[in-house]
Design a protein around this ligand. Structure first.
Ligand code: HEC
Length: 254
């Protein structure tokens, strides 16, 4: 009996515990119901920006950039002035004369040998000042420039025996315009006073001599040429006149 009683003790205890538990269940359900009415629990981590928003933002940035470039008025302080003229200080294309162009070509291509003052180096590089090689028939100096010159020559009383490089298509390949320019330059600089040589004239000479690969020699280079513009069928009068002109140049030269 005592055993039984002993047993009921715990039994009645557990019944009480069960009852309590049932009560707790009710409470629990209340709590759950409460929780379910409430919002989601906050949790750790981050939620990424939706991808379409990223695209929308990128597109907005791009549009903004384009808009700035198009409508910023070059960020000029006077862009809102009523008298604003956007083309006002756009640089005008610079027109340079054949002579000016020639001066540049000369500095780059010729001055190292013939010197900036055109006087050359006696015995090595012949002068270009006051010599009929330069101021004579335009075809003569053009032949020299297009194909080069080698072998003994006499310029201004000294003998030279060097190699003048070819600047034509079979040589260093200067274009016709630059050749015309540099010839015009040396014919009119340092007191030289001969006619201009145009790009068209050089184009014609290049058509004649461009394919020649040997440099000229002194006797060859003057073949068929009068002193100053002497077309084969020229009046003797004109010849005499131009003779005088080139003499004048020679006399004026130092
Ligand atoms: C590498 C040196 C060198 C360069 C560069 C050079 N020349 Fe010459 N030039 C000579 C030599 C050397 C002679 C003489 C050739 C000879 O002895 O047969 C000569 C001869 C001439 C002659 C005929 C002789 C005279 O004195 O009038 C002319 C014209 C001439 N050069 C113009 C030019 C021009 C224009 C350029 C530039 C486009 C140029 N040369 C570049 C070395 C050079």
């Amino acid at each position: 009996m005592s055993d039984h009683e002993k047993n009921t003790g715990p039994n009645s205890d557990s019944r009480a515990a069960l009852e309590q538990a049932a009560m707790q269940d009710e409470q629990m359900q209340d709590v759950h119901a409460q929780l379910m009415r409430e919002k989601e629990e906050p949790h750790e981590g981050f939620s990424p920006v939706p991808i379409f928003l990223m695209f929308a933002f990128a597109a907005l940035c791009f549009w903004g950039g384009v808009y700035l470039v198009e409508y910023s008025g070059g960020y000029r302080w006077d862009a809102y002035s009523p008298h604003f003229d956007p083309g006002a200080d756009a640089p005008k294309p610079v027109e340079i004369t054949l002579f000016e162009r020639g001066a540049r070509v000369y500095r780059n291509q010729c001055a190292q040998c013939h010197q900036a003052d055109g006087r050359g180096v006696t015995g090595v590089y012949p002068p270009l000042v006051g010599t009929d090689w330069v101021t004579g028939h335009p075809r003569l100096v053009s032949r020299v420039l297009i194909n080069g010159l080698s072998g003994p020559i006499e310029v201004a009383g000294s003998t030279y025996n060097g190699n003048m490089p070819a600047f034509g298509p079979s040589g260093l390949g200067l274009n016709n315009r630059d050749i015309a320019a540099v010839i015009t330059y040396i014919r009119q600089e340092w007191g030289n006073d001969a006619s201009e040589v145009t790009q068209d004239m050089i184009a014609a000479y290049v058509a004649d001599y461009g394919s020649r690969t040997r440099p000229w020699t002194a006797p060859e280079v003057r073949e068929g040429l009068g002193p100053e513009p002497a077309a084969p069928a020229q009046e003797p009068d004109a010849d005499a006149e131009t003779d005088a002109a080139s003499d004048e140049v020679a006399m004026r030269a130092p």
